[in-house]
Write a protein that binds this ligand. Structure first.
Ligand SMILES: Cc1cc2nc3c(=O)[nH]c(=O)nc-3n(C[C@H](O)[C@H](O)[C@H](O)COP(=O)(O)OP(=O)(O)OC[C@H]3O[C@@H](n4cnc5c(N)ncnc54)[C@H](O)[C@@H]3O)c2cc1C
Length: 496
């Protein structure tokens, strides 16, 4: 008898895997602990305001179009992705600012005025360099199965210097632009995977290509529209989605997955299980102890996590014509900021502050005359060095005071407020230590060490999500669902 493929978790990676499998004719059931789908992608509403609580910057539109095409649907019938222009507005402590633009010529002109001829030319050379990294590494590290030693080894020798694995991101950026402000701007892309530009390998400059050349997209209605669109497509295809259904154990017999046990004690048989759960949590909490050796557990739980975040959701009275949809208020000393996060394990004393206002594009997200601010500051993943319960109010005040120094004083205009610390992020999403993007990318070997999408020691168990290949971020986890689904299909081709 054929049992369904069970997907544990209706995060973006889980939904993506389920859509692919169902489109290939397999019966699929998703079991989700929360009462809604989306995982870290979530939304809340209060007093006429609406906020996304997780991701806010969406890139790589083609990844979403590809998923819908796999189900013979058109993305635009489910989701309106609007190009965001400017990509982001950058503010510096000395009062200067510029708009990052996807149009090369317009951006070059902007930077010529902002930083001079030489850096504008350096920026264009940097874009070409980042594009080349994307071209070379895309097939090995992003769009296909996890990299193997042999696939990496087949990279033509002449291409290896272009991948730039030995320098840090910042080290490479310095060779293109001299302005400390532009170095800060380009280094910022390390934070898209929760890393530091002073530690992460220069190969990660690929992220800048994805955003600065590929563009940023905003799903009309809010980022959560992506989760809603994935859910709608999955249900239309016949995926069974059971919310409020936590899984307490993955059942294994003779080294092979047989099904899952739910928190209420009931059991479901499965042909295969895809866990859209942090891989370390799967080994630590969901797999029976006698089914796996302790080694992978120690290896998985000991790795450095990506950074977490401190979030303020603010319902603001009044509008700020100076602000764009995405805004960055830079710190004075970027290196010190990352030292605070990764070396000292404390939230930055002088943080770079990100403010997203979806009401700039979707006016219905705030009452007339108001704005919905999503304020995010990078923060260390949870550990014993910092106690959020004692410091939330003071740190919140600190962040708002810094914004006021930039001329954005909203302290007397806040009508609604929600705060999310790394503790809340861990509690609400299951992210270990509140890490936003799974394991850290600060180490140049982490892309090779990332847990495989196919469990090595338990047959029939697969992984999709931010802690497996190809990594964290909405497009990446959408791709991880594709990889996991392809592996299930390859391992059981006769089950259609
Ligand atoms: C604050 C924040 C900001 C971010 N900003 C961006 C951004 O701007 N751009 C971007 O691309 N990415 C961003 N990210 C990262 C992005 O949100 C994640 O990489 C991505 O959404 C993770 O998807 P996932 O498939 O790994 O699943 P997750 O979102 O981790 O979902 C896993 C699901 O599994 C469920 N689950 C866990 N255990 C069980 C169980 N035992 N039984 C049943 N269900 C279970 C959970 O409830 C959850 O719904 C951000 C993340 C956060 C938190």
């Amino acid at each position: 008898m054929t049992h369904p493929i069970i997907v544990i978790g209706a995060g973006i990676g889980g939904l993506s895997a389920a859509i692919r499998l169902r489109a290939a004719g397999r019966p699929v059931t998703i079991l989700e602990a929360n009462s809604t789908v989306g995982g870290k992608m979530s939304e809340i509403r209060a007093d006429g305001f609406r906020w996304d609580t997780g991701p806010s910057v969406i890139t790589m539109r083609h990844v979403f179009a590809d998923l819908f095409a796999a189900a013979e649907r058109k993305l635009e019938d489910y989701l309106t992705l609007l190009p965001v222009d400017p990509l982001t507005r950058y503010f510096y402590p000395d009062g200067t600012r510029f708009d990052a633009l996807a149009d090369r010529a317009a951006m070059s002109a902007t930077l010529r005025a902002f930083a001079g001829e030489s850096d504008a030319a350096g920026y264009l050379r940097y874009l070409d360099y980042a594009r080349r990294i994307h071209d070379i590494t895309g097939g090995v590290f992003i769009y296909n199965d996890p990299p193997t030693f042999w696939r990496v080894a087949r990279t033509p020798l002449r291409d290896i210097p272009a991948v730039d694995p030995l320098r840090t991101m910042d080290g490479a950026i310095r060779s293109f632009v001299r302005s400390p402000k532009l170095r800060q701007f380009l280094g910022r892309f390390a934070t898209y995977v929760g890393a530091s530009p002073y530690l992460a390998p220069a190969t990660l400059n690929v992220i800048a290509d994805v955003e600065l050349s590929g563009g940023v997209w905003y799903p009309q209605g809010g980022i959560y529209a992506i989760a809603r669109a994935f859910e709608r497509l999955a249900r239309e295809l016949g995926v069974e989605i059971r919310t409020d259904t936590p899984v307490s154990r993955i059942d294994v017999a003779n080294g092979r997955v047989t099904g899952v046990t739910l928190a209420d004690g009931s059991r479901l048989d499965a042909d295969a299980v895809i866990a859209n759960v942090d891989v370390a949590t799967v080994y630590e909490k969901l797999l029976p102890r006698d089914a796996v050796s302790p080694r992978p557990i120690t290896r998985l739980t000991n790795v450095e996590p990506s950074c977490s975040g401190f979030i303020l959701l603010l319902g603001i009275e009044g509008q700020h014509a100076d602000l764009a949809h995405h805004n960055i208020f830079f710190s004075r000393d970027y290196r010190r900021e990352f030292d605070d996060i990764f070396a000292r394990g404390v939230p930055p004393d002088d943080p770079t502050i990100y403010v997203a206002i979806t009401a700039k594009t979707d006016p219905g997200h705030a009452p007339d005359g108001g704005e919905n601010w999503f304020v995010l500051v990078n923060a260390p993943a949870l550990d014993e060095r910092y106690d959020w319960s004692k410091n939330v109010q003071a740190y919140r005040d600190h962040v708002l005071n810094r914004l006021a120094e930039f001329g954005c004083d909203v302290r007397g205009k806040i009508r609604v407020e929600r705060r999310l610390t790394p503790v809340d992020i861990e509690r609400m999403t299951g992210a270990r230590r509140g890490a936003l993007y799974g394991v850290s990318s600060n180490d140049r070997f982490n892309a090779l060490r990332r847990p495989h999408n196919r469990a090595r020691d338990v047959r029939g168990l697969y992984f999709a999500g931010g802690t497996t290949h190809p990594g964290g971020g909405v497009p990446m986890v959408t791709l991880s669902g594709k990889v996991a689904a392809q592996m299930v299909l390859a391992d059981s081709p006769d089950r259609v």
